[in-house]
Write a protein that binds this ligand. Structure first.
Ligand code: F6R
Length: 620
């Protein structure tokens, strides 16, 4: 979950690395640091906290001290060791000649650290990462690989266990960076007279659109004019070149005061782009996908695995797939999945949903599912990331880069993609007729326009959040497919405003949670369409009355034309009418605004980077 950059070229590496870290700060922001290989050997600067702290430090010591055309940088989300200056990367070797940055976990760091300590080397940090710097320095200073940077690095890499992206620079070889990846991401950016390394393409899109994706267990050596890809055993290997189609503009705020707000407004496009190309000649197609119709038809159960918002998108999919395909859909938080022995076989389709494609819990669940013989279809927003690479098939969402840590557009795109999978299954199994599939598709295609209309609730939500007063807790209720919306609304409020919030199925309230209701407690109620299962609508209207009778203030999200809810709403937010199952694609939007507004009122202005969170969670 850390962000890593490397540069070898003709320009000063410091400003290039700092810019890259700024664009990758969403990957982690507990600390940041830079090391440069120049005429003064290795010079580094690092600081706990956001990048601004590192910039202050550099201003203090003078940018000139970090002169050099080869540099590495790191923005950290702490795993081993607290977010302190000492634990920030880069880490230097005992002789000051090797600097490393690391993303991931070195699982066997304890015996390696003991080995170093017995050799009299003092460790300066509490991290697992630091051992890599000392080990390479030792291998370079003594023994068989003495004087050979490449052989020293390769030898150390072969000893490491776990998941890691590592970049090494050496004072005696200031013209190169040696890097490696195992289970965590690393891309090469190919420029003219300059080469880049990055955890993702945001590290270098400003400078080049030509990139190379690296396979598992790859080592890469870059100089300003060339790159060489090796396996861990030193034999030659190759990467996959591609042209980046995200421009820099797409990764910046575009006039909004936060990435998250920009991304909320990108939701119509995110859903539209996700749907594009998946319906032709009257049929839903999974063209990026290698599961054929016959394979789809043979599945007799679906398992959904995901975390957080992605999990909520999967919960919405459960309602849709069971309704359309008439096969059981089980859903599991990915971190629990493999620890409870789920019953899977080759007739099980596992839907692994992940924006980043790097979430360790989901990745491990994918590996477990594959080990049990199930077929895994990834729904993912990030090309070339680990989860799609390890899955049997992939359906990409096309939400573009999501920088705000709290998921918005990726969530809506996931719901849309999950529905594509549901329709493809129904089509293959014949549980929906072609006319029914076409009708549902037409409604899906109408959704982006309706999301645009829903964006019109912006000012109303601002006013509502202002009149709510000081909120210390908030409940979210839904029924049917409104339940995942309630969970997502509560998660957004927790993440952004640090306020206690819980989502419940409205019918469950009377089984306990109703005891929480007291005077003036704000309760959000997502009302199902009156055109859906009729008893569901009337039941939630009763639920609203029950909580109002106990003093709660209700913020009701209901579709246009639903007059039955009017007498029971302290605040009523209207969303366009749609098929009941499409409701998550609309009703979530006002809840995103609500959380952002309440967050600001609570003094959390930096809604893009809520405390304690990271965008990609690559540890279990
Ligand atoms: C919530 C949020 C997280 C992610 C979760 C999964 O706003 O962003 O709950 O949804 O960490 O991340 P991905 O989708 O990258 O696997």
């Amino acid at each position: 979950m850390c962000g890593i950059v490397g540069y070898v070229g003709q320009k000063q590496s410091l400003p290039i690395a700092l810019d890259a870290l700024r664009r990758m700060e969403y990957r982690g922001y507990d600390s940041a640091g830079i090391a440069v290989a120049g005429s003064n050997g290795i010079v580094s600067a690092k600081r706990a906290g956001k990048l601004a702290n590192l910039e202050d430090k550099i201003a203090e010591i003078g940018a000139d001290t970090l002169g050099g055309t080869t540099g590495i940088g790191h923005t950290r989300w702490a795993t081993h060791g607290r977010p302190t200056d000492e634990n920030a990367h880069p880490h230097l070797s005992y002789d000051g000649k090797v600097a490393i940055v690391h993303n991931g976990i070195i699982e066997n760091f304890a015996p390696l650290r003991d080995e170093l300590v017995s050799a009299g080397i003092e460790l300066a940090s509490e991290t697992d990462s630091e051992v890599a710097a000392h080990l390479v320095a030792r291998a370079y200073n003594e023994g068989e690989t003495a004087g050979d940077f490449r052989a020293s690095a390769l030898g150390v890499l072969r000893r490491l266990e776990g998941a890691f992206t590592l970049l090494f620079i050496h004072a005696d070889h200031p013209d190169q960076i040696i890097a490696a990846r195992r289970s965590t991401p690393l891309m090469i950016g190919v420029g003219e007279g300059e080469m880049f390394l990055g955890s993702d393409v945001a590290a270098f899109i400003e400078h080049t659109k030509q990139a190379i994706e690296l396979g598992q267990d790859s080592v890469v050596i870059i100089t300003k004019d060339d790159y060489e890809i090796l396996n861990f055993d030193g034999t030659a290997s190759e990467g996959t070149p591609f042209t980046i189609d995200w421009d820099l503009e797409a990764a910046e705020k575009g006039g909004f005061d936060s990435f998250m707000m920009k991304e909320i407004y990108e939701q119509p496009a995110a859903v539209r782009d996700t749907l594009v190309g998946h319906f032709s000649a009257g049929r839903v197609t999974l063209d990026e996908n290698n599961l054929g119709e016959a394979e789809l038809a043979a599945f007799d159960q679906v398992f959904v695995i995901a975390c957080g918002s992605a999990y909520h998108s999967g919960l919405a999919a459960k309602y849709a797939i069971e309704h359309w395909v008439r096969i059981p859909v089980q859903i599991e938080v990915a971190s629990e999945f493999r620890y409870r022995d789920p019953v899977l076989d080759e007739r099980t389709l596992v839907l692994a949903i992940s924006q980043s494609g790097e979430t360790a819990d989901t990745l491990e669940a994918v590996r477990h599912a594959k080990g049990q013989g199930a077929k895994v279809l990834a729904v993912c927003n990030t090309n070339g990331s680990q989860i799609p690479r390890e899955s049997d098939a992939v359906l990409y969402t096309h939400a573009g880069p999501e920088i705000g840590v709290a998921s918005t557009k990726a969530f809506l795109a996931q719901v849309a993609a999950n529905y594509i999978v549901g329709l493809a299954l129904a089509q293959a199994k014949g549980t929906l007729s072609p006319a029914e599939v076409a009708e549902i598709w037409a409604e899906l295609e109408a959704v982006p326009e309706k999301i645009s209309e829903t964006l019109g609730t912006r000012d109303q939500l601002k006013q509502i959040s202002e009149t709510l007063g000081a909120v210390t807790t908030m409940l979210f209720l839904g029924r049917g497919v409104g339940y995942p919306i309630a969970l997502e609304g509560a998660l957004k409020l927790k993440e952004l405003a640090y306020i206690h919030a819980e989502g419940f199925p409205a019918g469950e309230l009377k089984h306990g949670p109703i005891a929480l209701i007291e005077d003036d407690l704000p309760v959000v109620v997502v009302v199902p369409s009156p055109r859906g299962l009729s008893q569901l609508h009337s039941k939630i209207v009763s639920n609203i009355q029950e909580i109002r009778a106990r003093g709660a203030k209700t913020l009701v999200i209901a579709e246009e034309g639903d007059t039955a809810v009017e007498p029971f709403a302290n605040w009523l937010v209207r969303i366009p009418a749609t098929r009941p199952l499409m409701q998550p694609l609309l009703a979530t939007v006002p809840l995103q605004f609500l959380s952002a507004d309440i967050a600001r009122q609570c003094g959390n202005d930096d809604i893009d980077k809520p405390r304690n969170l990271a965008k990609s969670v690559t540890v279990e």
